[in-house]
Write a protein that binds this ligand. Structure first.
Ligand code: F6P
Length: 556
């Protein structure tokens, strides 16, 4: 227990430092330093990070830097980039950086340079996507493909779906893509109603090719296609697979020639840069996908070389550790003021919470400190009309990331008022982070109400409800426009921020044992739902099983 980081001297120093800073108002820190914005913001890889609206000082940053040194962060970054077995419970490397290694420097796994294999898959995907995009991949009835349906879940869905939505303005004008993930039949059924079997290509995306939801959806889609086109032979023309499990792909009935492989050193939630990105490549083309890779690679190089306190993912990771482990915050909001990033919060939920939602250290010792925050969010302006009340006048400290595009990626230019819309987005983004930080004290609130003509007992009654406590911390990330390269940089920024936090908390961010037990029990209950087995579980599960069976019978 004593080798826990929370028993270190620097940890105790940070705890004391937090006690000193807890009552400090950020607005007073701004008043003390007219250059606070300049002193607490950095630019890198076409991103600006303004971290000045945080409850910290330069002393805080230097103490956090000491923490990073104590946990040997720079050594861990080297291990990550050198392909060491940083995923210690699965004895694997985590080399998503190799997938976008545009410098093509040698990166080895088991003493073998993996770059030739990475480049071979990229070349195969370039050829395949060009054939589809050029209308030369013909379906069973001889018609060109115009619809892509990705069947996958978790990392085999969230990343590609998020990127496709974000980069929709770059997509092939004659192609459309859909993403099916949930095993609730209404999800697949909703898509099957919309598509033409003759012109649809299904991409079955599954690293393990054992995921119940994906295999059931893929089997149903396969049956649907055969039913519509009247011949099993149609499958070869309308199904491709993305996986590491060749034998399982063959067993499903997909030709291995139509399989795009990747490797066990690619984690599911870090896999959109691999063949899991195939739906992205088909929709935006390999040239633009390589721009996405380039953007991530630039951030990788920044992460691997920039000094700790000039390193964007390091700063963001340390600041999150500061709040989670020393302010005791339990959630973090991500608020894109760029509507094309509407799926980014959902993507981050897996990236962050499946990586950092752990309670034991790499050596298996229970932690005695807080780790991963609950990550949530929505496009900024929508949030303002949904949950910002809690942010402004609730009882939680909720660190927030504002993600702001200076110019939006509009899909057509006939909307003459786009400048008006964009100014509305920008003014709201800056206003919200300002008010969250500044708040409005009793005195200013009273004057504001008097100016509105509120007086007497009404003023007395209203006043406490109209005060804004403020001092809510936020980062603001700004970029000019969401190009593939900028998006790649932004995604890699969060991947490496997660890694920084994992090192500070001494946890393995690359495994996900916590998702296994639920799957196993589901398989047990699946059989019990289908038979009259006596239920041998807790009374709630038994009661619910029986209620479903009784009511299902009544519905027959
Ligand atoms: O949620 C558990 C998980 O294993 C994720 O880590 C993964 O992204 C998802 O399920 C899908 O797994 P697969 O790509 O193997 O179908």
């Amino acid at each position: 227990m004593n080798n826990l980081i929370s028993h270190s001297h620097i940890w105790a120093t940070l705890k004391n430092h937090q006690k000193y800073l807890a009552p400090v108002q950020m607005q007073d820190l701004f008043a003390l330093d007219e250059h606070r914005y300049e002193n607490f913001s950095i630019e890198a890889c076409n991103l600006l990070l303004d971290y000045s609206k945080n409850r910290l000082t330069k002393d805080t940053l230097h103490l956090l830097e000491q923490l990073a040194i104590k946990v040997k962060l720079e050594d861990w970054i080297k291990k990550l980039f050198n392909g060491e077995l940083v995923n210690n419970t699965e004895h694997r490397a985590a080399l998503h950086i190799a997938l976008r290694n545009r410098s093509n420097t040698k990166i080895s796994v088991n003493n073998k340079d993996i770059m030739p294999d990475v480049n071979k898959v990229l070349a195969k995907m370039r050829d395949f996507s060009n054939i589809v995009r050029d209308g030369k991949w013909l379906g069973y009835t001889g018609k060109p493909i115009n619809t892509i349906v990705n069947i996958g879940i978790g990392g085999s869905d969230l990343g590609p779906a998020m990127v496709n939505r974000a980069l929709r303005v770059y997509q092939h004008p004659s192609l459309q893509s859909h993403f099916v993930s949930n095993v609730d039949n209404s999800h697949l059924d909703d898509i099957l109603q919309k598509i033409n079997p003759e012109t649809t290509l299904f991409i079955v995306a599954s690293k393990t090719f054992t995921t119940q939801e994906t295999l059931l959806n893929a089997q149903t889609a396969r049956n649907w296609l055969i039913d519509k086109l009247g011949d099993d032979a149609a499958v070869a023309k309308h199904f491709v697979a993305v996986s590491t499990a060749t034998q399982k792909v063959v067993e499903f009935g997909i030709d291995p020639a139509n399989m795009f492989g990747f490797w066990d050193w690619v984690g599911g939630r870090y896999s959109l840069w691999s063949a899991i990105g195939l739906p992205i490549i088909v929709m935006i083309g390999m040239d633009q996908f390589e721009e996405l890779l380039t953007g991530a690679h630039k951030l990788d190089q920044h992460f691997a070389t920039a000094p700790l306190l000039e390193n964007m993912p390091v700063l963001m990771g340390l600041i999150d550790v500061w709040y989670s482990s020393f302010f005791g915050t339990t959630s973090q909001a991500v608020l894109p003021y760029d509507y094309t990033l509407k799926l980014f919060p959902a993507y981050l939920q897996q990236l962050v919470m499946e990586s950092l939602g752990k309670h034991v250290t790499r050596d298996g010792n229970s932690v005695d400190y807080a780790t991963c925050p609950v990550v949530w969010g929505a496009p900024g302006n929508n949030g303002q009309h949904a949950f910002y009340q809690l942010l402004h006048q609730g009882t939680h400290i909720i660190p927030t990331d504002f993600i702001v595009a200076i110019e939006s990626n509009k899909e057509n230019n006939d909307n003459l008022s786009s400048a008006e819309h964009q100014n509305a987005v920008l003014s709201n983004a800056l206003a919200q982070s300002h008010v969250l930080m500044m708040g409005r004290n009793l005195e200013k609130t009273k004057q504001s109400l008097i100016d509105m003509g509120i007086q007497g007992s009404d003023l007395t009654q209203q006043l406490p409800h109209r005060v804004f406590p403020g001092n809510q911390p936020s980062n603001t990330i700004v970029y000019k426009k969401l190009t593939p390269q900028v998006l790649g940089t932004l995604i890699a920024l969060y991947e490496h921020k997660v890694f920084v936090q994992s090192v500070c908390w001494d946890i393995n961010p690359f495994d996900q044992w916590g998702v296994e037990l639920g799957k196993n029990v589901a398989n047990t209950l699946l059989s019990e739902l289908q038979t009259e087995n006596n239920n041998t579980h807790d009374s709630s599960t038994n009661g619910l099983l029986n209620y479903i069976k009784v009511n299902r019978r009544d519905m027959l």
